[in-house]
Design a protein around this ligand. Structure first.
Ligand SMILES: *Cc1c(COP(=O)(O)O)cnc(C)c1O
Length: 391
């Protein structure tokens, strides 16, 4: 019997460097001495101590998204909802009020409706396309406004310039969830936002194989409480997820441009098909916020479009069945086109009347357009819409 211990050893030396960012799964980091640890904790030397507090793969990813958003010191967390959570828990206290856009991401709506009130934080919602409605909903104790630039799933375009002015006049923090628009379409810090949030899960990572979130804050003094909330409440991102998301990010600009071009063409194509009641795409002339979309986004309509079929649930079932290559899945931003049906997923908790008020009938679909050949996509949708019309 031998007693050779298996010990950890330094990484093999190489006079040449790896081209790819290494994946570093280590939870802990060893220091030389207590003095060296002091120096690190006091910020005199850089370094990592424990992965819940930060790790190299998160830092590398944060810096890349910072560059896209024109930000500094962005924080990576375990999901888009972790990003919303870190902002809320880090910056709000009992007695504060939060005003949200009325068509926020479903879980953000739930957080405002159910979770923050349990902690003594009051909330209300208003239509972000109507700045007068937003102004009327502000209270003396309002600390924060949370909006998305393009709403889900009706793709209404918020009055971002008006809301930014309102937030500044009233001394309220403006938080922009930029998941749908991405920094390729809109950079909130260039337009008065105080805080930018992303679900990195979606377009930035782009391959539906990680859940991650990102937060950046314009005021460096606000970074610490948000970072502390993320660390204390354990909203830690996995190094492997960060590594995969970084890999995805290298093709983000290309993917986005291609998906956006596809979306604009697919929207125009769908509008010509019999059996389609309406198509929603921000830069189309028939979009209800067309002028604002042009002013805010230019030609950057994004990769998301929605459409409404004639006919009810039977037509909707026939459509997804006739499009086997287009994943019917409640997400967005994947490299491939995906289709979601809000009445049976994100908006299923609403009454049919409440859905009707939003314009979401049983024939309503949202498409996250991917990077496929546009001719193939158009042919597949033509066939699926025809099958729906026969149903
Ligand atoms: C998906 C999404 C989120 C939540 O992100 P997760 O990574 O799924 O937690 C938040 N906001 C918007 C706009 C989203 O689309």
């Amino acid at each position: 019997m031998t007693h050779t211990p298996v010990r950890r050893t330094p990484w093999p030396e190489s006079s040449s460097r790896a081209v790819v960012t290494p994946l570093q799964p280590s939870v802990v980091y060893a220091s030389d001495t207590p003095d060296a640890l002091d120096a690190q904790y006091e910020g005199r030397t850089p370094g990592f101590t424990y992965a819940r507090e930060g790790h190299p793969n998160a830092t590398v990813l944060a810096q890349k998204i910072d560059a896209l958003e024109g930000a500094e010191g962005g924080i990576i967390v375990g999901s888009g909802m972790a990003a919303v959570t870190a902002v809320m828990l880090g910056l709000l206290k009992a007695g504060d009020h939060v005003l949200g856009g009325d068509q926020l991401y479903g879980r953000s709506l739930r957080m405002l409706a159910q979770d923050l009130p349990r902690m003594g934080i009051t909330t209300s919602l208003a239509d972000p396309t109507d700045v007068a409605a937003m102004a009327a909903a502000l209270r003396p104790e309002t600390r924060m406004i949370l909006v998305e630039v393009v709403s889900n799933p009706t793709l209404r375009v918020a009055d971002m310039e008006g809301i930014a002015r309102l937030a500044q006049d009233r001394g309220v923090l403006l938080v922009v969830d930029n998941t749908f628009t991405t920094p390729r379409g809109y950079r909130p810090f260039d337009h008065g936002a105080d805080i930018v949030i992303h679900s990195v899960t979606k377009l930035l990572a782009g391959h539906s194989d990680v859940t991650l979130g990102y937060v950046a804050l314009r005021d460096p003094a606000l970074r610490r409480p948000v970072y502390d909330a993320a660390t204390t409440f354990g909203l830690t991102p996995s190094p492997f997820d960060c590594w995969l998301a970084e890999r995805g990010l290298y093709s983000f600009n290309l993917r986005y441009d291609r998906a956006e071009e596809n979306a604009a063409r697919l929207a125009d194509h769908l509008a010509t098909l019999p059996g389609i009641r309406r198509v929603i795409y921000p830069t189309r002339a028939d979009h209800p916020d067309h002028n604002r979309a042009l002013a805010l986004l230019g030609r950057r309509g994004g990769n998301m479009l929605s459409f409404e079929l004639e006919g009810g649930r039977a037509a909707a079932n026939a459509l997804t069945r006739a499009a086997p290559n287009i994943a019917f899945a409640p997400t967005l931003g994947d490299i491939g086109t995906t289709l979601s049906h809000p009445p049976s997923s994100s908006h299923r908790a609403l009454t049919p009347e409440a859905r009707a008020a939003l314009g979401i009938s049983e024939g309503f679909f949202r498409v996250s357009v991917g990077v496929e050949e546009i001719e193939i996509l158009m042919a597949e949708f033509t066939e699926a819409v025809a099958a729906a019309a026969r149903a």
